[in-house]
Design a protein. Structure first.
Length: 333
C-alpha cells in the first residue's frame, strides 16, 4: 500500500467517524443536496490539489480532510433546516402591507393571513398592521416600517416603528421576545413599548412596565413614562407620558377585541390599557353596575375611544373621555 493509498484510507475513516458524531439530519430537498454536494466536492478537490503540491505528511493530510468534512457539514446546515414554520398571524391590516418570504418577491397580505418564520413585512405610507405572535406577544407596525420575523420570539426592525405588547399588564413576565435594532436588542420586562428608527436615532418609548436595551455599550433599563434616545453611541432619557400624542397611531390599528359575554368593567380595563388612561367611577354604585352588565356585539374596526362610546351607549352608563382618565357616571334619575 503506497503513501497516497494510506492517506485515502485514513481520510475515509475520519470522515466516517465525523458523520457518525453528527448523526441524522432533516431530509433536505434535492436542490439543497445538489448545492451542498457541489460545494463540498469543490472544496475537497482544492484541498487534495494543494496537498499534492505541498507533499505534506500523512498526519497533516488526515487532519485537513477532517477539516474539509467539518466545513461541508457546516455549509450544509442552513440548507438542511426544516421547512419554515407558522409563527404569527395578521390580526388587522390597514392600507398597503406586503410580505417577502425570502424569495425576493413582495406580495400583498390581508388580515388573518398566516406568517412563517423568516418572513419580512413592510408597510407603505398608508399602511399599518397588527401581528399576533404564536407566543401571545402582539406587535403593531406603523406606516413605512419594515420588520423581519425570525421566529415567535425574535424580530429585527429595519425601518419605521413597531409597538410591542407583552399582554401582561403591570410588568408580568409574559413570553420572551427580543427586538433587534441598529443600536442593540430591546427585551420587554412585561410591558408595552415602541421602538422607532428616526433620523439616524433609535427611540424606545415605554408606556407600561420596563424594557432592557442591550448594545455595545452595555445594558440600559427603561421604565414606564420614559423614552430612551440612542444616537452616536450615547443614551439620553426624556419623559413620555402613556397618553402622549406619540402613541396615537397605535389606536389606529387596534386588533379586534371580543366583547361578547364580557362585563362593562372588563371592557373598560381593556380600553384604558389601549390608550394609557385610567378608569374612574364616580361612585361605588356606578362601579357595581359596570361589573354586573354583560355585553354582546362587536367593536371590530373601531378605535378604543370609539368603542367606549359605542358600547356604553347601549347601557345606562355614560363615559367622559379625558386626556388621562375614562370617567364613568350614571345619569341622575
Amino acid at each position: 500500500m503506497n503513501e497516497e493509498t494510506r492517506m485515502d484510507v485514513v481520510d475515509e475513516r475520519d470522515v466516517a467517524a465525523l458523520l457518525r458524531c453528527v448523526g441524522a439530519r432533516p431530509i433536505a430537498s434535492a436542490q439543497a443536496m445538489t448545492a451542498v454536494q457541489a460545494a463540498v466536492a469543490a472544496e475537497w478537490r482544492a484541498t487534495v490539489a494543494a496537498r499534492q503540491r505541498r507533499r505534506q505528511t500523512v498526519g497533516w493530510a488526515a487532519a485537513a480532510s477532517v477539516a474539509v468534512a467539518a466545513f461541508g457539514v457546516w455549509l450544509a446546515r442552513p440548507m438542511l433546516q426544516s421547512e419554515p414554520q407558522a409563527v404569527a398571524s395578521l390580526a388587522r391590516v390597514v392600507g398597503s402591507v406586503e410580505q417577502n418570504r425570502g424569495d425576493g418577491r413582495w406580495t400583498p397580505v390581508t388580515a388573518l393571513a398566516s406568517l412563517e418564520s423568516g418572513t419580512r413585512l413592510r408597510t407603505a405610507g398608508d399602511g399599518r398592521a397588527a401581528v399576533q405572535l404564536g407566543n401571545g406577544i402582539e406587535l403593531r407596525l406603523d406606516a413605512r416600517t419594515q420588520l423581519a420575523l425570525h421566529d415567535a420570539g425574535r424580530a429585527t426592525l429595519a425601518t419605521g416603528a413597531v409597538y410591542v405588547d407583552s399582554g401582561q399588564p403591570q410588568g408580568g413576565p409574559g413570553a420572551d421576545f427580543d427586538l433587534a435594532t441598529p443600536v442593540g436588542t430591546v427585551t420587554h420586562l412585561g410591558t408595552q413599548y415602541e421602538a422607532r428608527i428616526s433620523d439616524g436615532r433609535v427611540l424606545v418609548g415605554v408606556r407600561e412596565g420596563r424594557v432592557r436595551l442591550s448594545g455595545r455599550s452595555g445594558e440600559v433599563i427603561g421604565n414606564a413614562g420614559e423614552q430612551l434616545v440612542v444616537a452616536d453611541g450615547q443614551v439620553t432619557r426624556s419623559a413620555l407620558a402613556p397618553t402622549a400624542a406619540d402613541w396615537n397611531w397605535v389606536a389606529e390599528v387596534t386588533p379586534p377585541h371580543v366583547i361578547e359575554g364580557q362585563s362593562v368593567e372588563a371592557f373598560l380595563v381593556w380600553a384604558a390599557r389601549q390608550t394609557g388612561r385610567t378608569v374612574v367611577y364616580t361612585s361605588p354604585d356606578v362601579a357595581r353596575q359596570a361589573r354586573s352588565v354583560t355585553l354582546s356585539g362587536t367593536v371590530e374596526g373601531l378605535t378604543p375611544d370609539e368603542a367606549v362610546a359605542a358600547v356604553l351607549s347601549t347601557t345606562s352608563l355614560r363615559p367622559e373621555i379625558g386626556t388621562q382618565y375614562i370617567r364613568i357616571e350614571a345619569p341622575l334619575p
